[in-house]
Ligand binder design. Structure first.
Ligand SMILES: [Zn+2]
Length: 475
């Protein structure tokens, strides 16, 4: 690989621009480019994308002044659902028999750790595990997370690893019961973080409250959380339709949750609205308040047991369904109807969930799991969900998620051997994106460049683009 910072002669006084080229460039929002290149300014902003000859010619470069990737260039990935705070439980929570049993084991582990005060479970050790997981995610080509945490440890770990994204401060009914106002209590907890600590990420990672799930949070608090997120102008997230017990509780108060809730002193009737998951959330303001006030649509995580009505409501609301296939297989042994979600045009993102239910934070492994389970789906769908889909869902679609002029998504080289005539290069990319094949060429997260690409600088170069991807299953 040759590495040089280059300055186009005609813009020598402007910020330096670097050109990256590869046999394949996968912009995500445009078709793959054979023998392509991407030009990036010093602030990380893409100023040109297209066939290599056009990019070099358009910028007045000579061909020796470039960084070469011998595989495929892709934008930094966006992992839309993690729980960094659970990283210390890596591999420690067996699954296979559903959410209730898995959650019970998780709680037992946490309770036992508190009792023994084991050195591996101290706050410092948990933070170290979260930081290590965040850095490992970044090393796998991840630029941003949608991280969910009961506490704020994951938020701090994101900043430590210089990841971008959004922190979802997750609330459960017991916090409301204990403090009288979970939202105020959580806000006070976030205020304890020193601003310089979060300034590790550029810009500072915003935080927003999020309800855990319909069975663990009462309707009044869910409504207040959605209202708070809307007032902040940020999307929030919720685990939804993850398991048959949850859907049974909501539909008619049956399944395994009523017994668990009663044991916790919660009236199950309060959480059994006799509605489907999305219909229930709609009534609580998840998809915009009844007064018509606009709110960024939420990220609906899992949707394993979503029905046609849930998919329709999600699509109509512009909500994103976050798929975490390896976690779903670990906990409950089944996957959502992804083919139906795609066929019906529901926006998709990918997440890994936590290390307590997935072996690592690799979105590449999630893409491989989906490709194996749904071979009829064109593989570009998975790359799209793992990049632009997550970026848009987190409100970062103008900066992250695609190799597009004006965005600052970071640039990842995957040393995957892809045949020159390959009609679906994403298939070989996903199959071959092992950790040793991945390296960052330009990092995401820089502030917007003062040198806008459309100002005095060179004209953007773009590949021909026939139109948006259709939501059909055809390649
Ligand atoms: Zn989760």
């Amino acid at each position: 690989m040759r590495t040089k910072v280059v300055v186009p002669p005609e813009t020598a006084s402007a910020a330096p621009v670097q050109v990256f080229s590869a046999p394949w460039v996968l912009p995500v929002v445009r078709p793959p480019i054979r023998d392509g290149a991407v030009a990036v300014d010093a602030g990380g902003t893409i100023v040109a994308v297209g066939p290599r000859a056009d990019v070099l010619g358009g910028l007045g470069f000579h061909d020796e002044l470039e960084v070469r990737c011998e595989g495929a260039l892709v934008p930094g990935l966006v992992n839309a659902h993690t729980h960094l705070e659970l990283s210390w439980l890596s591999g420690a929570v067996p699954g296979g028999d559903g959410v209730i049993a898995w959650t019970r084991r998780l709680v037992e582990k946490v309770t036992a750790a508190r009792a023994t005060k084991d050195a591996t479970t101290t706050e410092n050790s948990r933070f170290a595990a979260a930081v290590a997981a965040a850095h490992a995610a970044r090393a796998l080509g991840t630029a941003a997370l949608g991280d969910v945490g009961n506490g704020i440890l994951g938020w701090r770990a994101m900043a430590h690893a210089r990841l971008r994204g959004l922190f979802f401060h997750e609330l459960v009914g017991s916090r409301e019961h204990r403090t009288g106002d979970a939202l105020a209590d959580a806000a006070a907890e976030r205020a304890t973080v020193l601003e310089p600590e979060l300034a590790g990420a550029t810009p500072t990672i915003p935080a927003v409250p999020a309800p855990h799930a319909p069975y663990s949070v009462g309707p009044d608090l869910i409504r207040r959380i959605f209202a708070a997120a809307a007032a902040a102008g940020l999307p929030t997230t919720i685990h939804l339709a993850e398991d048959p017990d949850e859907v049974a509780l909501l539909a008619d108060g049956s399944g395994g949750w009523p017994e668990v809730l009663r044991a916790m002193g919660v009236d199950p009737g309060e959480r059994a609205p006799r509605l489907g998951p999305c219909a229930y959330l709609a009534g609580l303001g998840a998809f915009g308040a009844s007064d018509g006030a606009a709110a960024p649509p939420p990220l609906l995580v899992h949707m394993v047991c979503a029905g046609p009505g849930d998919r329709r409501r999600a699509r109509e609301a512009g909500a994103t369904v976050v798929l975490c296939p390896r976690s779903n297989l670990h906990i409950g042994g089944r996957l959502p109807d992804v083919a139906a979600l795609i066929e019906e045009g529901v926006a998709l993102a990918l997440g890994t969930d936590s290390l307590a239910s997935a072996p690592d934070l690799s979105l590449w492994a999630e893409m491989r799991a989906l490709a194996a389970a749904f071979p009829e789906v064109p593989p570009r769908r998975w790359l799209e969900a793992a990049t632009d889909g997550g970026a848009r869902a987190l409100g970062l679609g103008s900066t992250l998620g695609a190799l597009d002029v004006g965005r600052r998504p970071g640039l990842v080289c995957v040393d995957a051997r892809i045949a020159p005539g390959e009609p679906q290069p994403e298939r070989a990319l996903i199959a071959n994106a092992e950790p040793s094949a991945i390296r960052w060429l330009a990092l995401a997260g820089a502030e917007p460049s003062a040198h806008a690409p459309t100002s005095a600088g060179p004209s953007p170069v773009v590949a021909p683009w026939p139109g948006p991807y259709s939501p059909s299953l055809s390649p």
